[in-house]
Design a protein around this ligand. Structure first.
Ligand code: ZN
Length: 409
């Protein structure tokens, strides 16, 4: 069974780690190089022509005898977070290789590339999507001077990986040469499991904004200042966090207060200052913008009512990316033909390489159910049967794209 191969390769790939007994594989590390070497061997076994690009992405190509169309790219990432699971990113690459192995004897009217993007997580240099950004023509040369925790710059790390930092991103793909980008990824959430589905078609990747908030009140003696004469920054922050949750529920968004700090907190002092963060996401960019504005009015009202000062600073944002409608439809057909069930469509709350690739071409994603939605965790798990379904769906998707009546371009 080809899905057996995918499962055992996921185990084998997880051995390339900087932490014994756990999986941590960061961009341009030695274990990363070894993992790519292994991936390249598997690509060659599938009959693919292999190469490494300027950013360290590992590619394999099923060459078409009569390429009348641009290239279809299938991929995901080979880097991991610290103490990661085995399937985040890696599963998508392995499925791509196995699907092309199955199609080894099938003539397709276009080239198909499978790619292991070298950085998606941003674990080493705190900058995400380096690999796919380089492919999509959005490599930023300023990144080369970013240093890791050991003080090694990205340029130096590239050198020791065998790359020429000066050429990083210069071999970006051109939009006219690319047909579409497909990515299969574990869901990293609990929705497919709750709906009893092995796979689901992704409708789009949510846009996100991240804010740092500061609430300023008046510090005071915990024993002497009556409650109605206080400007307690912590109570204000708590009120705001609950208001954010209520607002998100009412407006079908996800919003999370994930960090909260009392810089000079003490057991007998009324909190004078609190810092906290907000991560807010929606698949609908306009709705995200409008909601943030509405939410700020609400938070300022709470601050005013409590005699507090409220400051905000936006420190990260990513625009929502819809998946191509024709690719969603085709994934739907492929899922229906494979599972004999109506396909489920769902949004992605997490970012993926498809975010960067959307700047280059149309993107289409398929999610695979993972146990309890757990990810970025060694307990990350998928079941064999679901991997078999995902492999069938991806193989079917590629052949559907080759049919003239389903032609994407
Ligand atoms: Zn991932």
């Amino acid at each position: 069974m080809d899905s057996d191969t995918v499962m055992s390769r996921a185990d084998e790939l997880a051995q390339f780690s900087s932490t014994p007994g756990a999986l941590t594989r960061t961009y341009l590390s030695n274990e990363h190089k070894l993992a790519h070497k292994t991936l390249a061997n598997w690509m060659k076994e599938a009959g693919l022509t292999v190469w490494q690009d300027s950013a360290g992405n590992q590619w394999g190509r099923k060459v078409s005898a009569t390429p009348s169309k641009p290239t279809l790219i299938i991929g995901s990432h080979s880097d991991t977070v610290v103490n990661a699971g085995k399937y985040d990113g890696n599963l998508g690459i392995l499925l791509g290789i196995s699907a092309l192995q199955r199609l080894q004897e099938v003539e397709l009217p276009f080239h198909v590339d499978v790619v292991a993007f070298a950085d998606e997580e941003g674990t080493r240099f705190d900058t995400t999507l380096i690999g796919s950004s380089a492919t999509a023509g959005r490599f930023n040369a300023d990144w080369l001077s970013i240093t890791d925790k050991q003080g090694i710059s990205m340029a130096e790390a590239m050198q020791s990986f065998g790359l020429d930092a000066e050429r990083a991103g210069l071999d970006a793909r051109q939009p006219q040469d690319v047909m579409a980008y497909l990515e299969v990824h574990i869901e990293q959430g609990p929705v497919l499991e709750a709906n009893n589905k092995a796979v689901g078609v992704v409708t789009g990747i949510a846009g996100a904004k991240r804010y740092q908030f500061r609430v300023k009140g008046i510090a005071g003696h915990a024993g002497t200042v009556p409650l109605d004469m206080r400007a307690d920054a912590m109570c204000g922050m708590a009120h705001m966090a609950v208001a954010i949750e209520d607002y998100a529920k009412q407006n079908q968004l996800v919003a999370t207060v994930g960090k909260c700090e009392l810089p000079s907190g003490s057991v007998n002092v009324i909190p004078g200052e609190v810092l906290f963060t907000l991560d807010i996401r929606s698949q609908d960019q306009e709705k995200l913008e409008a909601s943030c504005e509405e939410l700020f009015v609400l938070l300022n009202k709470i601050a005013k009512k409590r005699g507090l000062r409220f400051e905000s600073h936006l420190f990260y944002e990513a625009e929502a990316v819809p998946c191509s409608e024709s690719l969603q439809e085709l994934w739907g057909t492929s899922v229906e033909l494979t599972t004999k069930q109506a396909p489920m469509f769902l949004p992605s709350g997490a970012g993926h390489d498809a975010l960067a690739m959307a700047h280059l071409t149309d993107v289409g994603m398929l999610f695979v159910r993972c146990e309890k939605g757990i990810s970025h965790n060694p307990r990350e798990a998928v079941i064999h049967e679901d991997v078999a379904v995902a492999l069938d769906c991806l193989t079917k998707m590629i052949t559907l794209m080759a049919e003239p009546n389903h032609a994407i371009i």
